[in-house]
Design a protein around this ligand. Structure first.
Ligand code: 5AD
Ligand code: SF4
Length: 592
């Protein structure tokens, strides 16, 4: 059955690398199995992929026959009589898949997508009878949800694995074995290299394989390593509601699409997270409705290219309307048509609860048609905050990055957004020291930072990733110290400009969603303004504007009006005026 599973999955799945579409169980004791997978012998990744391609047909010839599947199907519960006769148990019974109260410790690295994926993985394991623990020492299973975006992110995981090794070897026999799993992007990128390099890793699950976690853990319990790194064309975990772990939370993230088709030349994401696919509108609306009923006040729609959303799940959505890109922008892929687009989804989501703030991240600048900008402008509860990753201010570097726009087109889009949404708050990502970046290119990025004056920024030194176009075609020729010096310069300029931009809020009254006590002081509260900037203010009694005469202290989840008195590059400070509602406040939030 396991072979059958592989074949069925392989039909639906996709990978840019030949091994990306192969699900396998690794058994160091089982000859038959390692033959099929072709992955049990340690060897460098490239050689292995070559080998896999070459002997594919011979493996087909010697692989499982139709009789094999019939035999498996007629005896689903049977265990193999001896280890080297057959595969690991082809069918696992429902009972065998149960967690039996084993405690799982989950640790998340990387982006917000990974935070959301952690909750999806947990939701699946919880249904299978596992318990969750926040205490590493009492865990029976440790799962790391990993990131591959830069070399440093992966190094952090290797270091962590070395620490966990000690935990595993010290564990008392009476407690049963401790199992360690690598989930997410690093599992997808490195595949069996992880199992070979760190023998203490028991399971690997790529970003589209979390439904398989109970099976992988059951196989691991029997002492074998187990892996599933299938990428899928349609997995969106639409029916897996992430578990809200913090009951006092005011906001939640809702995943609306996964994957990326852009193939920017520096980026590993299309290889680790696969092709773009969108979750059906109806299931997103259902989740947001539930969150609203639970009293949450903010939802952030989440996706690798969130505004490239396209729900093609029903035939009637597939009209032939072609896609409007932002002016001057192009794609690296064939133009897509039809489907329900982001403007439609945003409209529907924002109608669910007028007291619920709606944000979205991370968008691509190419997908901002006027319908989206208009909607953000018109709807009180859609935050006037847009992340617009530029990556570089030099058209030459943008071309090498295959971003699909020039500096001029990007700047024109910024102007258009600012005209369409007055007061909009802007943020961006930049990479310092990409292949071939000259001092002149770098200065262009500095000048873009000055010209746009972003409110928030995420700046990184370039890190070459295998498999990407840049890895194959370009030279990572900017010296490490030059990259870091340029990065420092970008950070300094960004901070100066953000301080100026944020200073324009001083004297204004802003609507703040209260999150809780400030981290630095027990007498101050912390919340976020519409632009997602942190606002700190003293925790004092105030008037309740919705119930005159009532004096209240702000609680997490309350909207309050705060008069801003000072600003830095990352935070605003002020004093609180009154408690209010999102609807009532829209008239108040202007400079005085
Ligand atoms: N090196 C450095 N930064 C990168 N990013 C993506 N790939 C790389 C890389 N290879 C940055 C981009 C992206 C953000 C999520 O991470 O700026 O927008
Ligand atoms: Fe890291 Fe990107 Fe994967 Fe997120 S999607 S975990 S940032 S590599």
């Amino acid at each position: 059955m396991h072979h059958l599973q592989c074949i069925l999955h392989a039909q639906r799945c996709l990978g840019w690398g030949p091994l990306a579409s192969v699900s396998w169980l690794l058994s160091r004791t089982c000859r038959a199995h390692s033959n099929f997978s072709g992955t049990a012998r340690p060897s460098p990744e490239g050689r292995q992929e070559d080998g896999a391609r070459k002997d594919f047909s011979s493996r087909l010839a010697t692989g499982p026959t139709f009789q094999h599947f019939l035999r498996s199907a007629s005896a689903p519960q049977e265990k193999p009589a001896s280890e080297d006769v057959e595969d690991p148990p082809p069918y696992l019974t429902v009972d065998e898949l149960l967690g039996r109260q084993r405690k799982v410790y989950l640790e998340t690295y990387g982006c917000q997508m990974n935070v959301n994926d952690t909750e999806i993985a947990w939701s699946i394991l919880q249904k299978s009878g596992y318990l969750r623990t926040s205490n590493l020492q009492e865990a029976d299973v440790i799962l790391l949800v990993t990131c591959s975006i830069r070399e440093k992110a992966e190094q952090t995981i290797w270091n962590r694995l070395h620490q966990l090794k000690a935990l595993k070897t010290k564990r008392l026999r009476s407690r049963g074995p401790l199992k360690i799993g690598i989930l997410g992007c690093m599992a997808e990128r490195l595949k069996e290299e992880i199992l070979n390099r760190e023998k203490m890793v028991d399971i690997l699950a790529g970003p589209d394989a979390y439904r398989d976690l109970p099976r992988l853990l059951t196989v691991a319990e029997s002492g074998q390593q187990a892996a599933n790194v299938l990428l899928s064309l349609d997995e969106t975990y639409a029916d897996v509601m992430p578990v809200q772990t913090s009951p006092s939370a005011t906001s939640a993230f809702v995943s609306i699409m996964r994957g990326c088709d852009n193939m920017c030349s520096y980026c590993i994401v299309p290889f680790t997270r696969g092709r773009e696919r969108s979750r059906p509108v109806a299931s997103i609306l259902e989740e947001v409705r539930k969150l609203s009923e639970q009293g949450l006040k903010e939802v952030t729609l989440l996706g690798q290219n969130v505004n490239s959303y396209r729900d093609n799940s029903e035939i009637q959505f597939n009209n032939a309307v072609s896609t409007n890109l932002s002016r001057g922008f192009s794609t690296n892929y064939k133009t897509k048509q039809g489907g329900l687009r982001f403007a439609h989804l945003l409209d529907q989501v924002s109608r669910i609860d007028p007291e619920m703030r709606i944000r979205f991240t991370s968008p691509h600048p190419k997908d901002f048609p006027d319908e989206v900008l208009q909607l953000i402008h018109e709807r009180d509860n859609i935050c006037k905050q847009i992340h617009l990753p530029a990556q570089s201010g030099s058209s030459r570097v943008l071309e090498a990055m295959r971003r699909g726009y020039s500096r001029e087109a990007y700047v024109e889009l910024i102007h258009h957004i600012r005209e369409s949404i007055p007061g909009v708050s802007l943020s961006s990502d930049f990479i310092a020291g990409f292949c071939g970046e000259t001092e002149e290119d770098h200065l262009q990025t500095v000048s873009l930072l000055r010209e746009v004056q972003y409110n928030m920024g995420f700046l990184f030194a370039y890190s070459m990733r295998q498999k990407t176009r840049a890895y194959h075609r370009l030279k990572d020729d900017v010296l490490e110290e030059v990259k870091l010096r340029r990065l420092e310069e970008l950070i300094t300029v960004f901070r100066e400009e953000a301080t100026k931009a944020n200073n324009t809020s001083v004297g204004c009254t802003q609507l703040v969603l209260v999150e809780g006590l400030s981290k630095r002081s027990a007498t101050e509260l912390c919340g976020r303004n519409d632009g997602n900037l942190k606002v700190i203010f003293p925790d004092v009694e105030m008037e309740d504007a919705t119930d005159s005469g009532l004096r209240v202290r702000a609680q997490p989840g309350d909207y309050v009006l705060v008069k801003i008195t000072s600003a830095s590059s990352q935070t605003l400070r002020g004093h609180v005026l009154c408690r209010t509602t999102l609807k009532d406040s829209s008239a108040h939030c202007s400079p005085e």
